[in-house]
Design a binder for this molecule. Structure first.
Ligand SMILES: Nc1nc2c(ncn2[C@@H]2O[C@H](COP(=O)(O)OP(=O)(O)OP(=O)(O)O)[C@@H](O)[C@H]2O)c(=O)[nH]1
Ligand SMILES: [Zn+2]
Length: 349
C-alpha cells in the first residue's frame, strides 16, 4: 500500500471524527488496522505504518478498525478503539463457540456467486443476513455471465428475493464488464468480497486493482531482533482509490447473534408474521397464520420459508451458546478477581 495515504483516503469520515476529543486530536495519532496478529497489529496512519503491541486483556481488534495511538519513546502504543460503523463477525471455527471478528468498517460487501451450479438462493440469504447484521451494504455480483445461457432467470429469482437488492451480472475476466462495480469503489470506500471458492473473486479483485494484489500483499517490518519479516496485509488499494479488505476465512460464514439480520433479509416474512393471530405463531398449522396463507396463495415459496426457519434456528443455537460462553467468562473473571483479592489480603496480613 502506498504509505502516503491521507486519512480520507484511508476511509476516515465524520462518524469517526466526532468521537475524538480536541485533546486527543493534539496528543494522539489516528490510525487504521491493516494487518492483525496474535500479539500485535500493523496500523496505518498518515505518516506511515506502525507496529503496535496488543494484549489479550485489551478490547479485541480486527482489520479495518480505527484507533488512537500514543507515542511512548520510540514506540506507538494502543490508546483507544473508536466505535465501529459496521462489523462483520462469525461463529468461531470448529465446535468451540466464540464470536470472531472478521473485519470492521466495511462499507460494501460484494457477495459473489457465479451464473452456474453455484447459484443458490439459500446461500444468498445467508450472506444477506450477515451483511444486514453487520451494517454493510450488500451488492450481489454474478460472474461467468459469458458461460450462462439464460442469466436473466437468475436476475429474476434474486429480484423476487428482494426487489431492492443491487445485483450486477458480469464476466469477471472482462475489464469493461467489471466497470459495473466501480460506483462502490471510489476513494475512501472500504469493500470486501465473499463467496465460495472458484466463483471469481480473485479475478474481480485483480481486474479492479492497479497491480496484482498478490504482489502488493507483503508488509516488511522489523521484528524485535531487527530482522525483516513479511506479514500479510489485509487492506489493499484498488484502482479508483477504494480499500479492499481481504482476509482469509470469510468463506465458511456461519451466523452468530444475527436474528436482526435474518429478520431484515426475510423482511416480507417478518412483516407477515406480525399480522398472525398469535404473537408466538410458529407458522405451521395455527389458525390465522398470515405466513401459511401467503404460502398457499403462492406469494411465498416453501424453500424460502424453510431457509428462514433454518437460519433462525441456527442463529438461536449459536446465540445461546455464545451467551453461555460469555456468562462462563464472566464468572471465571470474577473467580480470578476474588483469588487476586484473597492473595492481596493474605500478603497484607
Ligand atoms: N469465463 C469466465 N471465467 C471466469 C469468470 N470468473 C472467473 N472465471 C474463472 O474461474 C476460475 C476461478 O476464478 P477465481 O477468480 O480464481 O475464483 P475465486 O473466487 O477467487 O476462487 P478462490 O481463490 O478459490 O476463492 C478461474 O479459472 C477464472 O479464470 C467469468 O466471469 N467468466
Ligand atoms: Zn404465523
Amino acid at each position: 500500500m502506498n504509505t502516503h495515504l491521507n486519512l480520507s483516503q484511508l476511509g476516515w469520515r465524520t462518524f469517526f471524527q466526532q468521537q475524538v476529543t480536541l485533546d486527543e486530536l493534539e496528543t494522539t495519532l489516528i490510525a487504521r488496522v491493516i494487518a492483525y496478529h496474535r500479539d500485535h497489529f500493523i496500523a496505518q496512519a498518515e505518516n506511515g505504518c506502525h507496529k503496535v503491541q496488543h494484549h489479550s486483556t485489551q478490547s479485541p481488534l480486527t482489520v479495518g478498525d480505527w484507533l488512537l495511538l500514543k507515542q511512548h519513546e520510540q514506540h506507538w502504543l494502543y490508546y483507544r478503539l473508536l466505535e465501529r460503523l459496521t462489523v462483520l463477525s462469525r461463529k468461531g471455527a470448529g465446535s468451540k463457540l466464540t464470536e470472531q471478528l472478521i473485519a470492521a468498517n466495511i462499507d460494501t460487501l460484494f457477495i459473489v456467486s457465479s451464473h452456474n451450479k453455484d447459484f443458490n438462493l439459500s446461500r444468498f440469504e445467508r450472506y444477506l443476513a450477515l451483511a444486514h447484521q453487520s451494517g454493510c451494504t450488500p451488492v450481489v455480483v454474478l460472474t461467468k455471465r459469458d458461460q450462462c445461457e439464460e442469466p436473466e432467470q437468475h436476475l429474476a429469482q434474486l429480484a423476487e428475493l428482494d426487489r431492492h437488492l443491487i445485483v450486477l451480472s458480469v464476466n469477471a475476466l472482462d475489464n469493461l464488464s467489471i466497470e459495473q462495480l466501480r460506483p462502490w469503489c471510489s476513494s475512501g470506500q472500504t469493500v470486501a468480497f465473499v463467496g465460495s471458492s472458484g466463483v471469481g473473486k480473485s479475478s474481480l479483485v485483480n481486474g479492479l486493482s492497479e497491480l496484482p494484489v498478490a504482489t502488493t500483499a507483503g508488509i516488511r517490518e522489523d521484528d524485535s531482533k531487527g530482522r525483516h519479516t513479511t506479514t500479510h496485509r489485509a487492506l489493499h488499494v484498488l484502482e479508483g482509490g477504494a480499500l479492499l479488505l481481504d482476509t482469509p476465512g470469510v468463506r465458511e460464514l456461519q451466523l452468530a447473534d444475527c436474528q436482526h439480520g435474518v429478520e431484515l433479509a426475510f423482511s416480507e416474512i417478518s412483516e407477515l408474521a406480525e399480522q398472525c393471530r398469535f404473537a408466538d405463531c410458529y407458522h405451521q398449522q395455527e389458525p390465522g397464520c398470515k405466513v401459511q396463507q401467503a404460502l398457499q396463495q403462492g406469494r411465498l415459496t416453501q424453500r424460502r420459508l424453510d431457509n428462514y426457519h433454518k437460519l433462525l434456528k441456527e442463529q438461536q443455537h449459536n446465540a445461546r451458546s455464545l451467551a453461555q460462553l460469555r456468562s462462563h467468562d464472566r464468572s471465571l473473571g470474577r473467580f480470578y478477581r476474588n483469588v487476586q483479592k484473597d492473595m492481596r489480603n493474605l500478603k497484607g496480613r
